[in-house]
Design a protein. Sequence first.
Length: 538
Amino acid sequence: MLKAYGVIKDAWGAIKYNGGDVYHVADTIVITKTSQLAKIGDNKSAVMVGSAATSNGSNGVCVCKDYDLIWGSKVSCEFRMKVVEICKELWGEDKKLRMANELMACMALETGQQFKSDTGYPDATGLVQFTSGKYGAITAMNETGYNDGKTITKEYLISLTPENQLNYVKLYFKMWKEHYKKTINDALDMYMTIWCPNATGERDDFVCYSKKSNEKFYIKNKSAENEYYDKNEKKIIDRLKKHKIEVNNGEITKGELRPRLKFWTELGSLNKANLSICKYIMGSKGIHNAKGIVTYRIWLFGLIEKHIPKSIKDGYKNQYKYVYHDNEDTEHEICIAEIHKVKEKAVSKSKLYSKPTHNKVVSDDNVTDGQTTRRVKYENGDIAEYGQNNGDTFWRLYKALTNDIELVKMPETVSYIKYTFSGTQRKYTGTNEFAGFIGALAKTGYNIVTTGSCFSEGSCFPSQYHVNGRSVDTEYFMNKEKDQNFIDAMKFFNFGERKVGNDSYFKGLKNASNGGDLHDSHLHSGEFDISKIIIIKE
């Protein structure tokens, strides 16, 4: 079979994308008579991202053009899309693009146009310079509950991909808007939440720092008092020199930061993405492809689609199909799996050493579910589980929330990929997480041993964070090449968190954080980015 690959160069002749580079197989599609790229010219349907149809889905145009932001060349298509979705949630449909560009300017400024999760100085890190310490943003987010149900740390934020750290950027601004009741209308207000929170929503003449009242902070930030943006020179110059002013007034007002934001906005407009090589033009290209059953389609190059038909056939109403597409776009039906609809459970924050008695007991049963030996169900939907872990015997309480969620029962037998369970009955996981897990297994070709995700109703003793099937544990190969490959594959298929142990064996592994002694026996993969799932409805 004759194979052809696309090679794309920029204006200076540098190769930006080499389809024939088999080392980067995840980003490569072979152009054959049956390949997806060969069909792009016939595409007449809109690709749906999340629940919103894009306007440029026809004729194979990349949907990234609907997310054309300043500084776009510095980040991924997924990053730009997520920024727009965040701004839509925080500021509404009408303002989403303007505020997305404002946010990009702030993140470029704060990271020195690196857009990395670990950019920063000793007390701060990341896209909006999350600060640690007693009065830092990280502490405030934990104390106010804007932390996605877990205690966040600087080290944890550093471990995330930029795309996944955006989840906490959203929570950061939600905290300022909702909890602290701050008005955020533009990039300057956004920047004030980082640089001088008291000035957020105030007039431009608000004094942020003065030599008289707080000389330490004034000296630290006094450069702002000298900045002046010259639109002709396209840079910030010394305002004292420009206007030959001899003396500062010793005050830095909010408005004096506008030149700084103007500079980063103008510079960002020169750094838009010139060419999108985006996986969203591949896959099904928005064309619905499921008959009578909800179907997940997973591609080698990282794309996951969820196809939802108008009507479900009898017998399939509580089942989902999972299909994998290899590099030749050959379909492999992995399985048809049972779906369980349950109430979402809250993270179990602490161990308990007596049975919870906060609500009427519906059932109290002895069980043999791995490390779990007793399970109590309450009238309000809460579940308490009892057992042993690491030499300790204790209870965990998983409180029922109001939202309904879907869990998939991971089949004992599947096709094309291989996994087995070990010492666990936690054989349920999230429907999206299962799709990502399948992708990682298919990409590596490994036979994985898993110690599970969660139980049928979303509880997960002895774990805190496996609730609702949002994490999955797998045993190590104790072969560094294989373990690294699988960690990389889980990251590639949208698991934002990968925790390993702190034994010397794990020191050289990349794309993983230190999970302590608890993870010496298994890899923990969680924080799946559900925004990467493309939903296509019939």
